[in-house]
Write a protein of this length. Structure first.
Length: 473
């Protein structure tokens, strides 16, 4: 596929033509060619690069910057190349450096000299920025769909577990009783915020850099708004220097992806804990478990563990992008070629993790009897005992201390709070009454959490209705 060019002294050389070759008489060292090429990874931008080029060519023809007949030839040739790319039949040549020059060279071979007019009024600097934005805009939409799938899976499980009481934890110690639904809906809130951040990031991605040229704009009478309309961009970049050097949109997406991966990692950790024999709150089906090569009894929650591990990878992608940009002067610098691999990796990893976690959440088999059994221990309703005193006017700090003494007495006797005798209550605090022990029943404790967003059944059902409305289900 290499494009041949005339070399000094006559005859035909085998070196591919460089888009910047006029300034040079010597050949590029093969080691430099191999080191500086990006087509091995930016080739995935080919469909978006072609679509951007089609819009650019149509604008050049409409503005009579190039002959309309040539613009028509260019568009036809690009559409033919796009079909080859989509069918996996396009051959990329590393010697042509990047995806953009591969496509332009193929276009010129296909339609002749008219192909050389395509690069009028643009630079690879604004071209690549446009391609990446087009790709990322579409990738965000795919990630949003995967995120919605996970949120729906959480909602389905929450609807099943409205009445399943389980321990809520702080410091990984049993703290207060909640329900399985309430716990899962907390993750629903995290992923809702991720969806909102993605939508905000997409809005800033959806800005057209094409027309900025290398950095200073162009002397040709282009119509950037026309290109923006054809490509679906909401606005055009307002400063040509910023347009080609801006990678804030990539960093913002990576930051959003990293935070979403942290949320996935936390959910993965819950699954790992809940599926252990020590908790036993859920059981994983064979489809989302793996075994041990040595220990026949093992059922390992590998998908959840790998999601947890991959969060570190996406955090690393974010740090790589930040470190890449921190020392760059305006405008474009070749360092910025290194933005694509971490950006691609962050998007690929996030989407894959969302999809597998949605499947896992749907497939997991809750064990409400084990949750209830765990909720019975740990004196989790001690706060309810204190609150019963507060309702009679006892200051909370005094009630807290009295409830703590009651817990100490119950623990020393190996009984739940509900089985303390009236004499025990008097010993803990004379203001405690036998009727106060009624507040320590698990069901009553959960039902009492009626504050907005609380764990009561009514509150959880309101949360479910709100999430159903947000998800259109």
């Amino acid at each position: 596929m290499a494009v041949e060019r005339e070399v000094k002294g006559g005859g035909r050389g085998r070196a591919p033509a460089k888009p910047w070759g006029g300034r040079f008489s010597g050949r590029t060292d093969p080691r430099v060619e191999a080191f500086t090429q990006s087509v091995s990874f930016d080739r995935r931008l080919a469909p978006w690069d072609i679509r951007g080029s089609i819009a650019h060519a149509e604008m050049l023809g409409a503005c009579r910057i190039i002959p309309r007949a040539d613009a028509k030839k260019i568009v036809g040739g690009l559409r033919a190349i796009l079909r080859e790319v989509e069918r996996g039949r396009f051959s990329f040549d590393p010697a042509l450096e990047d995806v953009h020059m591969n496509i332009e060279a193929a276009l010129t071979r296909r339609i002749g000299p008219a192909g050389g007019r395509l690069h009028t009024a643009r630079s690879r600097n604004d071209q690549v920025a446009t391609s990446v934005r087009l790709w990322l805009r579409e990738e965000i939409d795919r990630i949003q769909a995967a995120l919605k799938g996970l949120r729906k899976a959480l909602l389905r499980q929450a609807e099943r577990g409205v009445d399943w009481v389980m321990p809520g934890y702080t410091h990984l110690q049993r703290a207060q009783p909640v329900t399985f639904a309430h716990h899962l809906l907390a993750y629903g809130q995290m992923f809702r915020r991720d969806a909102e951040r993605l939508a905000e990031a997409r809005r800033r991605v959806n800005v057209l850099p094409l027309g900025a040229g290398a950095l200073a704009g162009t002397a040709h009478p282009i119509d950037r708004r026309m290109v923006a309309r054809r490509l679906g961009f909401a606005e055009v970049a307002g400063n040509s220097m910023d347009a080609v050097s801006d990678r804030d949109f990539a960093v913002e997406f990576a930051a959003t992806a990293a935070l979403a991966m942290v949320h996935l990692s936390r959910l993965g950790e819950e699954v790992v804990l809940w599926a252990s024999a020590e908790f036993g709150f859920v059981e994983l089906p064979d489809a989302f478990s793996t075994g041990s090569s040595l220990m026949p009894q093992k059922r390992n929650p590998d998908p959840a563990e790998i999601v947890r591990g991959k969060s570190a990878r996406v955090i690393g992608d974010l740090v790589a992008l930040l470190a890449l940009l921190k020392g760059l002067p305006l405008t474009y610098n070749r360092d910025m070629q290194e933005d694509k691999e971490p950006l691609f990796d962050a998007a690929d990893t996030l989407r894959a993790c969302l999809e597998v976690m949605a499947g896992l959440v749907d497939a997991v088999r809750p064990r409400p009897e084990r949750m209830a059994q765990a909720a019975e221990g740990g004196y989790m309703t001690a706060t309810d005992l204190a609150d019963a005193m507060v309702r009679r006017g006892v200051p909370f700090r005094e009630a807290h201390e009295a409830a703590g003494r009651a817990v100490r007495l119950a623990s020393s006797r190996g009984v739940p709070l509900s089985e303390l005798r009236p004499a025990d209550l008097k010993k803990a605090d004379p203001r405690l009454r036998a009727a106060d022990l009624g507040a320590t029943a698990l069901a009553r404790s959960v039902a009492s959490r009626r504050s907005e967003g609380g764990a009561s059944r009514a509150s959880v059902l309101r949360q479910i209705r709100a999430e159903r409305k947000r998800l259109d289900v």
